[in-house]
Write a protein that binds this ligand. Sequence first.
Ligand code: GBH
Length: 453
Amino acid sequence: MTLDISGLPADFCWGAATSSYQIEGAADEDGRTPSIWDTFAATPGRVANGDDGAIAIDHYHRWRDDLDLMTELGLNAYRFSVAWPRVQPDGAGTGNAPGIAFYDRLVDGLLERGITPWATLYHWDLPEALEQAGGWPQRETAERFADYTAIIAEAVGDRLKHWITLNEPWCAAFLGYASGLHAPGRTDPAEAVAASHHLMLGHGLAVQRLREIVPDAQVGVTVNLYPITPVDDSGRHDDAVRRIDGIMNRWFLDPMLKGSYPKDVLADLAPITDAGFIRDGDTATIAQPLDFLGVNYYTRHVVGAGLWPGTAAVRFQLDNGLPRTATGWDIDPSGLVDVLSQVQRDYPPIPVYLTENGAAFDDEVVDGTVHDADRIDFIQSHLASLVMMRERGMDVRGYFAWSLWDNFEWAEGYDKRFGIVHVDYETQVRTPKDSARWYADLIGTHRAGILGS
Ligand code: GBH
């Protein structure tokens, strides 16, 4: 597999990504209140080994050293998320100054180092108080999200210009409220569908507020897209493919990029919900013009007839013989080409950033580092897919490795390591893996090519 980055534009964005609950720790400092993930992780049996994000990788205290490491790696951009319960405890009322000050320091620290800050507003840490009031199945939560957006935009929008409203609304809605594998751990498919609508409504309202407060902002949303492929080409699985692609991909892309829900998916969902929560005008609110689409890509789903996405079961992957990561996901860079081609074919043109891509492997520390050739291969092969999409005319503008550091991997706890930088959870020592060195070299090679031309 070869990777030729010489055709990438000078302003191609080389980044790495994280999220608040997965790295910050300091769960009850400076006025932060619990999020649904604190509650979920404290419930026995929900997270592997009983792990939680109370300390995580202690980024809240180690941020300055962490930023220096980003400089060492030559990153152009850093995608982090803002913890709603830090900025607006309990999800209501005015902003919490000490919590906001953390993001203020972070943004200034990034800018001082020449690294562009990208903020995600919702990476799953809903204030627990809002879940007590009904959570995302309640329409109110969308309004609360817009208010919180305004608070943080007023505070840092003079310097922070790249905004992502939601991270992976499919996960927040369907893992949170249908399968219950993620916080808040509910298992009601009808509520999950309502949650998905209110997440997207919140997105639309938040975009409106960002446009008012930060007129020169670049605003987008991040979705997790999966190419859906039949387990064989007998034709027997075509309807399963349509339905699963419908609920996982089109249910989110259609309203946000085209202004309407897919009719076939509404029909699929009819047995579980009358969708009465969709009010007149909502789809227009959801379809705010965006500056970019963020895509998170990890794997392909190979599916067969009999799998029904409307129920609480949301695992669709069948065995198709490809090599797998430590989380059991097929390593399939061609899936990235397929899913971006679907976006290119079926939606109005929009700049795209790969806002997450990466893998967990069974890393071993040897000679004080991690020789993760498997992760280098993974990143390299997915970048090659991205280069291919640019050659096919897609406006792909950047790549964010998931993740910069090993971190709290949700229901999998700390067992699964996605970082290009290793973290020793006893000592909190950070050690760049070979993949981080490789990535830094790649960024350096690209920069040298620009300077040399
Ligand atoms: C992304 O989610 C997240 O944005 C990021 O926070 C996370 O750390 C990263 O990927 C790696 O997982 O779907 O039933 O198998 C990707 C979606 C969410 C898919 C957790 C796997 C496990 C439960 N992932 N999910 S299930």
